[in-house]
Design a protein around this ligand. Structure first.
Ligand SMILES: [Zn+2]
Length: 350
């Protein structure tokens, strides 16, 4: 797939670069051929000539082509924060998840509906309206689970008919509203990191999913997680996401060595045992598969250990990237070898 195709016009991006237009934050990165450095659109460094720049969708592409991150604008810092022009709107939605916002309302607030749609597609992979809808349903679910009557939740979510509410609720969650008390949902959100967007999920007990969204296994992982927790995945908020976001951000700055966001890992006994051993590998250190097998208590279980590593659903925090080949080769990594290399370099301060 040619990722370049999803970028705006080069002239549009160059213009945004000259104006340090923050609405393009997260939409493109710019590499400066003459210096080998890449930047955010809003960087305060002197702007290069158009013939000396190339544009990227992600910091990954820039890194793969050998560009180094700029020391002024820190393009590797966690993205996905709302750009300035969105903050007020998102606060409004947060204060009242049942708010209805049409294009006309956006224009009244000085926001271009087109720009907002593009931001949602690019950063959350969903439309603005489906984001609002899932927030409303997630909110209604919480109310019903903790005692509200379905009809109360439906009307306070601003649905005009109960049947309409029931239908959309079922479409979103996979169960009808009055099953809420006995059902679970896993709230999921996208977290943008220097290595690309990750899908994060949390139950009431803790984070149960953190995966790079482009990972081939992600759909299998999602199926497994739904089965294990008997739950549907719904975009929305979790009390753990802010902490997770902050800790990841500090981690990628090289400042955080140990995560303490609550986790909920569930799997076979062997998997859980292996994952717990992974958590014991210190920051900055690596372990071979054989050493990991010994740690798990069976020197011969090298392949089983490698498999359980691959089944890890909470990347980075459960550091499966710290297990490498006996000869020092990186062997495999679900999120791609380039990410494993990056994480190890970061931890080893290379
Ligand atoms: Zn810069």
């Amino acid at each position: 797939m040619n990722l370049q195709m999803t970028l705006p016009d080069k002239s549009v991006m160059y213009n945004a670069l000259l104006k340090r237009d923050s609405t393009f934050e997260g939409i493109f990165y710019v590499g400066v051929k003459t210096t080998g450095i890449f930047c955010r659109p809003t960087c305060h460094a002197k702007k290069p000539k158009i013939e000396n720049v190339e544009f990227f969708n992600s910091s990954k592409e820039a890194i793969q082509l050998g560009y180094r991150p700029c020391k002024l604008c820190y393009p590797l810092e966690v993205q996905g924060k709302f750009p300035g022009w969105m903050i007020q709107l998102m606060k409004e939605i947060e204060d009242n998840p049942n708010v209805r916002i049409k294009d006309y309302d956006l224009v009244k607030r000085g926001i271009s509906p087109h720009k907002l749609r593009r931001w949602f597609k690019q950063n959350l992979g969903m439309t603005f309206q489906s984001y609002l809808r899932t927030l409303r349903i997630g909110n209604a679910f919480g109310r019903i689970k903790y005692g509200d009557k379905v009809i109360e939740a439906a009307y306070s979510s601003d649905y005009e008919s109960l049947s309409g509410f029931n239908a959309i609720f079922k479409k979103t969650t996979g169960f009808v509203p009055n099953k809420s008390k006995n059902s679970n949902i896993i709230n999921v959100t996208r977290i943008l990191t220097p290595l690309g967007p990750m899908l994060s999920g949390a139950t009431e007990k803790g984070v149960c999913l953190l995966e790079f969204v482009d990972r081939k296994m992600i759909e299998t992982q999602i199926k497994r997680i739904k089965k294990i927790f008997n739950a549907e995945l719904i975009p929305g908020k979790s009390k753990y996401f802010d902490l997770l976001n902050n800790q990841l951000s500090e981690y990628f700055k090289g400042k955080l060595r140990k995560f303490d966001v609550p986790l909920e890992m569930d799997g076979t006994d062997f998997q859980v045992k292996t994952w717990k051993q992974l958590l014991k590998i210190p920051y900055g250190k690596t372990r071979s598969y054989e050493e990991q097998a010994i740690a798990v208590g069976n020197k011969k279980a090298v392949r089983a250990v490698a498999k359980a590593n691959g089944d890890n659903r909470i990347s980075i925090i459960i550091p499966c990237h710290r297990v490498i080949g006996k000869d020092g080769s990186l062997t495999g990594y679900g999120g791609g070898i380039w990410r494993k290399q990056y994480l190890l370099n970061l931890e080893q301060k290379k």
